[in-house]
Design a protein around this ligand. Sequence first.
Ligand SMILES: Cc1ncc(COP(=O)(O)O)c(C=O)c1O
Length: 431
Amino acid sequence: MDHSRVPVLEALQEFRRRGDVAYGPPGHKQGRGADPRVAEIVGMDVFRSDVLSLNGLDDRRQSQGVLQQAEELMADAVGAEHAFFSTCGSSLSVKTAMCSVAGPGEKLLLSRNAHKAVISAVIINGVEPVWVHPKFDTERHIAHPPEPDDVRARLREHPDAKGMLLITPTDWGTCADIRGVADACHASDVPLIVDEAWGAHLPFHPGLPTWGMDADADLVVTSVHKMGGAIEQSSVFHLQHDRISPDVLKQREDLLGTTSASSLVYATLDGWRRQMVEQGHGLLDTALHRAERIRARLRELPGLRVMGGEIIEEGLAAEFDPLKIVVDVRELGISGMQAAEWLRAHCHIDVGGSDTCRISASITHADDETEKLLLESVRTLVERADTIERQPPVHLPEPHVLELEQAVLPRDAFFGPAEQVPAERAVSPPR
Ligand SMILES: Cc1ncc(COP(=O)(O)O)c(C=O)c1O
């Protein structure tokens, strides 16, 4: 296929060149009515390129196939049979994917270290979750994805389960053995959905962890705005094999999705695919070297524990995304959240994630002198850590305490009678 083509961007350019006037949404009419004080900050081009797909980028019947062509190019670029764009983030795509595999009252295997979108989907869809417990890392206090044997065991216990949803990479960059899990699912003739929200970049460099489509997953959901280059809320479904019908997926997407999809999302998804096909290998190569350099420099600083390949050697994860810089700061006597807040207040940098133990920064194809800034900021944090207020130690629960009994369906609990109580009166888990 001709990957130099960008059907959505081309249609947008053509729309702007023709100067079409729309007597439908958006009401700002490509910026004619935009308040200049808003345009001054967000840029007038945001309004000029904010066009509806129907009666805008394409006609009422989508007869030019603008979106379809862009989706076909995306599928070709990442080795999927079908790709569909979504403008509501993976939060909605995950719900759609789950809804395509299991309906109300049906069972679905779910990694317990799920994003809130998965929990919301369980409540909305009314599926019966069969939790597959992740691999708890008691020393680091994080959860890594479950292993194929865990999935096989749950499938044996629940032969009526309709499929499995696996989350990989985790927010901390640790990855599952997707192929092993896919084999386990396929041996029971059920599909594997992979929430690869953090993995949009994976198809474009062999030095990155395995991409779900290459590892035989049936349906993979990505957030291209996370590790890729499209704007916020850009999500893509990638589909292969015949365990999930593209028509069913489209229908469920239509059920949940917006009727006013953002052309800015579509256009930037389209452009990202061209950029990655044409330059992705080189850009990601640079990013990988940058991340390695950052990790090596950070390891020289006292009081930091930088996560890396040892996670695989210790048998805790099958792979690790080297573009995630994950740093345990506990030895500095502060929490990850305190470190993140200090870095924002004093160095004007925002790390992507933080918890009680660590901070995490994502390196992408976009980084440049930001490498130096990150290193200098973390070095300053280490030097000034003793000026940060000491807080009482947090007693994190043992992993088994987190493996709660599911007394009722999450949907019934959510919609059932509830009493709001202050945190101190809430039942505390046994230690
Ligand atoms: C594993 C995982 N799945 C899904 C989502 C939701 O993605 P989005 O922010 O694109 O809605 C996230 C967001 O952080 C995530 O970490």
